[in-house]
Design a binder for this molecule. Structure first.
Ligand code: PLP
Length: 391
């Protein structure tokens, strides 16, 4: 033990009344001190942070699209197109933030292996950033993750490890990180805190871009939850700016977020993985912050995939399944607004492109085999968009 350290038991209550030693006081010889970290490590971290910041500054912001829906007169619908990121999904933002967070926390240095548990999209974006920084990258994913995502991770130089069951990814990723002497980025824990909710985030971009619109302050922002991080950022930013906008989180069928929200129980788990890639979890993820969510909706998977198909037709290009969940939630809320005779704007996200699901959600034979019948839901959504009949 150091000669400078004394416990209260040794000094007694009287000693605590004495003023603490001041700078400039005589210091006893024999001070313990750790060696300084090596300068090369600090230099690497500085360069890495510079590369990540430059990447963020060079990339143009993603577009905010307005859907043309004359039948919904008085209600305007906007889509923030996150598929426009260089790595094709909203996970581009969180991947950059998670790496920046780990580097600034001093956990990653030159050559540190980076490991993640993912349903795919996060790993694609992290593989891209790991390569930018020259770091080895490993993704741990459930078997059955779409082949397109696996190909993208490998394209960016990442390695894929597969496990059985959605619950197995966390422990396997942590184990792999310790075996490799690497860092488990753990998006499910850190997504909400690695992102700055005050500025420079997706919520700020939406509100700033909406300023010139007919209804500049949205009635609703609709965002489903995977880690829950994006919803947390949006919900916090709404409060930070003192806006009346509300946040709705539509949940997938096989997911515990909705029930945990209703029962205020963060310990719920489920053995079954979500069928909507990117959203819906078998446990209540630490990045899901229910206190900033105003309303949740449980969306049947067939309705999500119906909304995905309808929206893909309207846009003339394919969107992913979670975008369908978002869009179904938005249409449901817009229907409630119509019933109440209210106008206003609603905003949701295109989370990723449907090209990643060309051989699954966008393949009729695959859909039939998986037992999805979307026809009824598609007709109902079309009837709402073209005739204003609420869902
Ligand atoms: C991660 C993800 C989401 C959900 O975003 P979170 O911020 O993790 O809640 C939605 N859609 C897709 C395709 C995703 O990859």
């Amino acid at each position: 033990m150091s000669s400078m350290m004394t416990s209260p038991a040794e000094t007694g209550p009287v000693a605590t009344k004495q003023p603490p030693p001041m700078a400039g006081c005589a210091v006893p010889a024999g001070i313990d001190a750790t060696p300084l970290p090596d300068a090369a490590r600090c230099g690497w971290a500085r360069r890495a942070v510079g590369l990540l910041q430059a990447e963020a500054e060079q990339a143009p912001d993603t577009p905010l699209l307005k859907l043309d829906l004359p039948a919904l007169d008085g209600i305007d619908v906007y889509l923030k197109d996150e598929s426009a990121h260089p790595t094709g999904s909203l996970k581009h933002r969180v991947a950059r933030s998670l790496l920046l967070f780990a580097i600034c926390n001093g956990r990653i240095g030159e050559g540190t292996p980076v490991i993640e548990a993912s349903s795919g999209s996060t790993a694609v974006s992290e593989a891209y950033f790991a390569r930018l920084l020259g770091l080895p990258f490993h993704a741990v994913m459930p078997r059955g993750t779409s082949a397109e995502k696996v190909a993208s991770i490998e394209f960016h130089g990442g390695r894929c490890h597969f496990v059985d069951g959605p619950q197995a990814i966390y422990a396997e990723a942590a184990g792999l990180a310790s075996r490799l002497g690497g860092v488990y980025l753990d998006q499910f824990t850190y997504a909400e805190r690695a992102t700055d909710w005050r500025a420079g985030n997706i919520a700020e971009a939406i509100f700033d871009r909406m300023r010139g619109e007919r209804h500049p302050v949205p009635e609703w922002i609709v965002m489903s939850a995977g880690t829950g991080g994006t919803a947390a950022t949006i919900g916090r930013h709404i409060r930070y700016r003192g806006l009346p906008t509300r946040l709705c989180v539509p949940d997938a069928e096989h997911s515990v977020f909705y029930d945990s929200f209703v029962r205020r129980d963060a310990a719920l788990t489920s053995g079954r993985g979500s069928r909507i890639e990117g959203i819906g979890r078998p446990r209540v993820e630490p990045s899901f912050i229910p206190e900033v969510v105003d309303q949740m909706i449980k969306v049947p998977d067939a309705a999500s995939l119906a909304a995905m198909r309808v929206l893909s037709r309207r846009l003339g290009r394919k969107v992913g399944g979670s975008t369908g969940t978002n869009f179904f939630g938005l249409c449901w809320l817009a229907g409630r607004m119509r019933e109440a005779g209210r106008g206003g704007s609603l905003v949701t996200l295109i989370c990723d492109s449907g090209e990643r699901y060309r051989n699954t959600y966008h393949d009729d034979a695959w859909m039939r085999q998986a037992g999805f019948d979307t026809a009824g839901h598609e007709a109902a959504i079309e009837a709402f968009l073209d005739g204003g009949t609420p869902l």
